[in-house]
Design a protein around this ligand. Structure first.
Ligand code: SAM
Length: 346
């Protein structure tokens, strides 16, 4: 038996492998079809052909942080900054609900405007209007008290990527005031507060190595998140990483398969970054083990401004209003978009 088969089978049967085996798999640049089809098999066993959709509302591109990779970093003067009001957000939810979305993900930069008071009111209003919907937040690092207040207001889930589980790597991607320690604390605060938690990392971020990726796997095993979001790093012209190479499609797809085998029950999105990198990206992600897509529900007028990286996709099947197109794409890949999901856990 070849090593790719041996290691894939081990991952499938034990949801684990040694560091050496994982490094071998990451280094391997031959045919990975066995890995991909095994991940698809596991995904089908756990989730059938269902693909879950989440309506993504990008509520603000104001951010106090200066992450070196991110296009909406505070010190980028070339961003047209915007923030959505409660009314804007409720209008997005209304049109999303009519389209069949039952999860609203509010994501934004770390914007002080969205104090606990403002955000709790928005979350409570959404839950009052749409009690059958899940509310997911992705608003960066906040205090444990803040996470707790938002949870009490009705938030169900929180997405916060750990970005990298290696301290030195983390410090090369972020300014000094942001630390891996505090990121991890937020993630455990979120878990302990009762959220369903999503974490993850960029693929091919500058200074990432196969060794740091193995640390990412180990951290995810320790955290045991409900969702794991990975997408390729894509450079943005107004950041210190403007000349850095983009993450690769093949590595992202390979990592989706490894993660599916290690975390059979995780929700794994085929991300916008993957779809932005390659027109076949999302389809390839789904076939490799991903089972969630998050089309954009933000008002069209602001979609251009939430520019995390160059050439970010926000039209066609990436746009929530083109749900029919997305359903067709998912069907062609061999799966089925599920709307009207009453079960918040999914
Ligand atoms: N502020 C919140 C946070 O930090 O979690 C949410 C918004 S943040 C922009 C969402 C995610 O975008 C980050 O976790 C990061 O992984 C991703 N991102 C930022 N810049 C990116 C880039 N250049 N390429 C790919 N993904 C990027």
């Amino acid at each position: 038996m070849t090593d790719i088969k041996k290691i894939t089978d081990k991952l499938k049967n034990e949801q684990n492998a040694s560091d050496e085996e994982l490094l071998w798999l990451l280094d391997f640049d031959g045919d990975t079809e066995y890995l991909r089809s095994s991940a698809d098999e596991v995904r089908k066993k756990v989730y059938g052909d269902e693909v879950y959709i989440r309506g993504l509302i990008e509520i603000s591109n104001h951010c106090k942080n200066n992450c070196l990779y991110c296009g909406i970093r505070a010190s980028n003067p070339n961003v047209t900054r915007y923030r959505l009001t409660k009314e804007d957000i409720l209008a997005c939810c209304k049109s999303g609900y009519e389209l069949g979305f039952r999860t609203f993900v509010m994501q934004g930069g770390e914007d002080g405007y969205y104090s606990d008071e403002v955000m709790c009111d928005i979350v409570a209003c959404i839950k009052a209007l749409y009690p059958d919907c899940a509310v997911t937040l992705s608003l960066g690092e906040r205090s444990r008290e803040s996470y707790s207040a938002l949870k009490k207001a009705g938030a169900d889930r929180y997405l916060l990527r750990h970005e990298t589980a290696d301290d030195v790597h983390y410090s090369k991607l972020h300014p000094e005031n942001l630390t891996l320690e505090s990121r991890k604390k937020c993630l455990f605060d979120l878990k302990e507060t009762g959220y369903q938690v999503g974490s993850g990392f960029m693929v091919g971020s500058p200074f990432q190595t196969n060794e740091t990726l193995v640390k990412d796997f180990r951290f995810l095993q320790y955290l045991s998140p409900d969702m794991i979001g990975i997408g390729p790093f894509i450079s943005h012209k107004d950041t210190p990483f403007k000349n850095e190479k983009n993450g690769s499609l093949s590595l992202t797809v390979k990592l989706i398969s490894i993660l599916r085998l290690m975390f059979p029950h995780a929700l794994i999105p085929a991300t916008t970054a993957l779809a932005s990198l390659d027109s076949k990206g999302r389809e390839m992600g789904l076939k490799a083990g991903a089972n969630v897509v998050m089309p954009n529900l933000s008002p069209e007028s602001v979609r251009d401004s939430y520019s995390l990286y160059d050439n970010k996709a926000h039209s066609g099947s990436e746009a929530a209003e083109s749900l029919a197109l997305l359903k067709e794409l998912v069907k062609k890949a061999g799966y089925r978009v599920v709307t009207d999901v009453g079960n918040v856990k999914r």
